[in-house]
Write a protein that binds this ligand. Structure first.
Ligand SMILES: [Zn+2]
Ligand SMILES: [Zn+2]
Length: 262
């Protein structure tokens, strides 16, 4: 299945960088090169001062063959996310797409998904870590101002799993909330470049989401322009095998389902 969209990427990487044509154009160039014709910038909300709507408009004008959206990845950082969320609320009408994500267990001040933070799982215990993660996801949905969920089972990143549990059952209450709130969730290739070595989310979770009727976006979570579209062929095979026929795209938070071509 040919995947044509990428709804999760970080031109700023992990630092404060102002949006300029020289920062953004390589992202458009690489997307074009790998056959992605519809994509959205979703930098982390903590770097919102660098996001510049005029620069994105100029980029759109300079690349009329591509559909380029502006979004943000809003997370649950205990320090920065209140200001990030306020920025999202202020700029909601200018944004195309907002991803909600959980990178922090409650009570922790470091992202659990950082390479050196596997110890948080040992300290909390796997059961508590999962319960904490699911509660934070639930809270993210309750707070609102998001269109879709990012990397739904990110909690598996350091290869910690709930023993004897089907991931689909673990995530079903969250999937039901996603459906009820009219949100989408992403199929992300980012896990392939992490210790867990597999896409987000698990195939069993994708199957359950299909049964429940949740729309999917496609995501690389690129932190460098060369990572846009990374492993999309591999993900396309999973999409085909599962029988997913259409993918969600967004403009100003309005979702359209686009059929996939073989
Ligand atoms: Zn993330
Ligand atoms: Zn991200």
């Amino acid at each position: 299945m040919k995947l044509f969209s990428d709804y999760h990427m970080h031109p700023q990487g992990h630092k404060h960088l102002p949006y300029t044509q020289s920062l953004l154009q390589p992202w458009a160039d690489h997307c074009r090169e790998v056959g992605i014709r519809d994509f959205v910038f979703t930098d982390h909300d903590r770097y919102f001062p660098g996001v510049d709507f005029d620069q994105v408009q100029l980029l759109q004008k300079n690349n009329p063959d591509l559909t380029i959206g502006i979004g943000i990845e809003l997370d649950n950082d205990p320090v920065t996310s209140p200001a990030g969320r306020a920025w999202v609320e202020r700029n909601w009408s200018q944004l195309d797409f907002v991803l909600g994500s959980v990178h922090y267990f409650s009570g922790e001040d470091k992202m659990f998904d950082s390479a050196d933070q596997g110890g948080q799982f040992d300290r909390l215990g796997v059961e508590t870590a999962y319960a904490n993660y699911l509660a934070e996801l639930d809270r993210m949905i309750s707070l609102g101002h998001i269109d879709g969920l990012a990397h739904l089972d990110l909690v598996k990143i350091h290869q910690y799993f709930l023993p004897g549990k089907d991931p689909a059952d673990v995530f079903t209450p969250i999937l039901e909330r996603i459906k009820k709130e009219g949100l989408s969730m992403e199929l992300s290739t980012a896990g392939w470049r992490k210790p867990v070595g597999i896409q987000y989310p698990d195939v069993s979770i994708i199957r359950r989401a299909m049964e429940i009727g949740i729309p999917f976006t496609i995501a690389s979570d690129a932190h460098s322009h060369v990572q846009t579209g990374e492993n999309f062929e591999k993900l396309g095979e999973i999409v085909q095998e599962l029988g997913i026929q259409e993918i969600a795209i967004y403009q100003k938070h309005q979702r359209t389902m686009v059929p996939l071509e073989k």
